[in-house]
Design a protein around this ligand. Structure first.
Ligand code: TYM
Length: 327
């Protein structure tokens, strides 16, 4: 039997290189592997726990579907759907919440960070986030989850839920694991932390033009270009990581060698890098333009996706309700 794959991206703004390298590239690799059945969703329900605009929200949801299709997700091979179109996710998540303690949820780094940064908006949906995510994954009995490292604490909750449900109620949930890509942890352009939608100046969007990419790279902090040891953190480390991801490990080695010998000229590195990044994004941007003028096709993908995903989700939900004595 084929192994299942499930992943999702929130509809909270433009997709960036972190999303692309950490998640979408993994989705693409698994979609093209005949050993897997792949399901990819827009996590709209996971997007409403931070302030958002209901008026433009549908556009944001659609935009992620268009990003998926532009990047190469293929509705002939993958089920592409919107989370809230399969309401069984929510029902199952409530059942799961009975095997998780509030104390465990309060200890998750995402919630703790939110509490520190923006306590007023640390709502119940935020606390409940990993429970719903466990349901997203386990409702399809997915084995592999292509996500970046920031999602590992949430994935751990899914594994715990699977174990507890199996122990308590005799279900047969697999313990899902991360499908790790080369870009499983893409650093921020600021040189601090990871690339993130919520940090201005930290990201390159998939829709950025060459000039914008050039400008963004120009602002990455650097040093004199020369030293005894190649930096392992900060802006220079970020640039070298991008060189590795977009120009290859050999090119990175060349720059590293230059750093400890004659020195790096960052203007040259940044230019070459901007071009390499744009070369990868250009076909995605062209595909996006095409899809923006085919709304009927996009609608059909979303509708078919909900049907296909819904059929699997319904089956799991009935099975769990039976095991839990609810029917
Ligand atoms: P979201 O929308 O925050 O991020 C989408 C995906 O992008 C990855 N990512 C990164 N990877 C590497 N480096 C980075 N700098 C970087 N920034 C973001 C994230 O790890 C993620 O894979 N909770 C999820 C959405 C979700 C989901 C799910 C995922 C809901 N249910 C079930 C998988 C399975 C999220 O907030 O993603």
């Amino acid at each position: 039997m084929k192994k299942r794959v499930l992943s999702g991206i929130r509809a909270t703004g433009k997709l960036h290189l972190g999303n692309y390298l950490g998640a979408v590239k993994g989705m693409l690799a698994l979609q093209d592997d005949p050993g897997y059945e792949t399901l990819f969703m827009v996590a709209d329900l996971h997007s409403i726990n931070s302030p958002y605009d209901p008026k433009t929200f549908q556009e944001s949801v659609r935009s992620v579907v268009i990003d998926y299709l532009s990047a190469g997700l293929d509705p002939e091979k993958s089920t592409i759907f919107v989370q809230s179109h399969v309401p069984e996710h929510i029902e199952l998540s409530y059942l799961f919440s009975s095997v998780l303690t509030v104390a465990r949820m309060l200890h998750l780094p995402t919630y703790k960070d939110k509490l520190k940064e923006d306590a007023e908006n640390a709502n119940m949906a935020m606390l409940y986030y990993p429970v719903l995510m466990a349901s997203d994954i386990l409702i399809y009995k997915a084995n592999e989850v292509p996500v970046g490292d920031d999602q590992l604490p949430h994935l751990e909750i899914s594994r715990e839920v699977a174990r507890k449900m199996n122990e308590k109620f005799g279900t047969n949930f697999p313990e899902p694991t991360q499908f790790k890509t080369q870009g499983h942890s893409v650093p921020s352009l600021t040189g601090e932390g990871k690339m993130s939608k919520s940090v201005e100046g930290s990201f390159i969007a998939l829709t950025d033009e060459l000039e914008t990419i050039r400008k963004k790279l120009a602002s990455v902090p650097t040093d004199s270009g020369k030293g005894e040891k190649v930096p392992t953190e900060g802006g220079v480390a970020t640039l070298l990581k991008f060189v590795e991801l977009f120009m290859g490990a050999e090119k990175r080695q060349e720059y590293e060698n230059a750093y400890v010998r004659e020195g790096i000229r960052y203007s040259e590195l940044k230019n070459a890098l901007a071009e390499s990044i744009y070369k990868e994004l250009e076909p995605i941007q062209n595909k996006r333009k095409e899809l923006e003028s085919s709304p009927a096709f996009v609608n059909q993908v979303i509708k078919d996706g909900a049907e296909k995903a819904g059929a699997i989700a319904k089956e799991t939900l009935v099975e769990v309700k039976e095991k839990m004595g609810l029917i």
